[in-house]
Design a protein around this ligand. Structure first.
Ligand code: ADP
Ligand code: MG
Length: 326
């Protein structure tokens, strides 16, 4: 660690981050100048990187276990959105001081999720500086099988997994910008949805042969769907009343605010995808298998406007951030 003794950096890596490799495709993991891994024949490498900066992406007092979990989760979500199977991660961490308790808890959260998806931490960097975490994940798809943002076709259904909007409510509850409801369990459900997003890896894999285009929802459903439609050169007709809002969110803020949270909130890490009519059955089967809704919210249209409707009338998606919903 720059500004710290090299021995201390090595000690942190050895004690906190180096573990026996569980994957046969890791030829050389942590400890050398670079890692060496093997990609299966007939597969393509899929790589994503996301940085989390303290004060911007997580609060100074955020539980380190959640920071560790989230730093990997947001990256795995990007692989999920490509229909990729995750294999390896590397972790660059900048720390103002080597706080052993913080690091150990961070690592527990990180490895909890890594183990869930059989992801090996194969390298990284540990430096002294403002608290920030940059994770790179790598995975694979069979040749040509990656699902991009570009394939949506007019007439395709537009779907979203799970319950968008929960995470921003959880975040606002944590920040004290939203008062808790009478149901403490519902409040902690919502804060967990922010602190511990579930990357939809299995769903992404199952959607490889179903989705024509896919994106993960990190900036709010409306913004991310707009990215997908723009990349596909398409427009859409959408129904606000079809948003799959959770009971917990509806109970806390009511339907009108809940819809705004779902459309503009962000941090959901759900998947938004398009699929042709003859795949509707496959989507329904997947929803049954995962045990939560995968809701059709609209239809892809020819290039042009993205038209949200509510009860037969145009619905103007709020342009301001969620903080200004009043
Ligand atoms: P170098 O100076 O050659 O870049 P380092 O001393 O930075 O090597 O790192 C030594 C080994 O520890 C490398 O394999 C590197 O990938 C790994 N490493 C360093 N920091 C981390 C970390 N935070 N998480 C995982 N592996 C790390
Ligand atoms: Mg280094």
């Amino acid at each position: 660690m720059n500004g710290d003794t090299p021995a201390r950096e090595f000690e942190i890596i050895e004690r906190v981050f180096r573990r026996a490799s569980g994957r046969p495709d890791v030829i050389l993991g942590i400890g050398d100048d670079a890692a060496v891994t093997r990609l299966s024949a007939g597969h393509e490498l899929v790589t994503a990187t996301d940085a989390l900066v303290c004060g911007t992406h997580f609060a100074t007092d955020a539980p380190p276990h959640s920071v560790g979990y989230r730093s990997l989760a947001v990256n795995l979500s990007d692989l999920a959105a490509m229909g990729a199977e995750p294999h390896w991660a590397s972790l660059a961490i900048s720390l103002p001081a080597a706080d052993d308790d913080w690091l150990e808890s961070f690592a527990l959260g990180f490895f909890e999720l890594a183990d869930k998806f059989d992801v090996d931490l194969i390298g990284g960097d540990t430096v002294c500086g403002p608290l920030a975490i940059t994770v790179t994940v790598q995975g694979s798809v069979p040749e040509g099988a990656a699902v991009t943002r570009m394939g949506a076709q007019a007439g395709d259904g537009i779907y979203v997994t799970g319950h968008p909007g929960d995470a921003v409510a959880g975040r606002l509850l944590l920040e004290g910008e939203l008062s808790g409801g009478h149901d403490a369990d519902a409040d902690s459900f919502l804060t967990r949805r922010f602190l511990y997003p579930e990357p939809r890896i299995a769903e992404g894999l199952a959607l490889r042969d179903v989705a024509t285009a896919m994106i993960d929802v990190s900036d709010g459903l409306h913004a991310d769907l707009t990215h997908l439609l723009t990349a596909s050169g398409a427009g859409a007709e959408l129904d606000v009343s079809q948003l799959p809002l959770s009971g917990e969110l509806l109970e806390l803020v009511g339907e009108s605010q809940a819809s705004k949270f779902a459309l503009c909130g962000g941090d959901d890490y759900e998947l938004c995808f398009t699929a042709p009519a003859d795949k509707a059955e496959a989507v329904a089967k997947l929803a049954e298998a995962v045990g939560y809704p995968i809701r059709r919210i609209g239809t892809v249209a020819a290039a042009g406007k993205i038209d949200w409707q509510l009860h037969g009338r145009h619905y103007e998606v709020p342009a301001a951030g969620f903080r200004h919903f009043g």
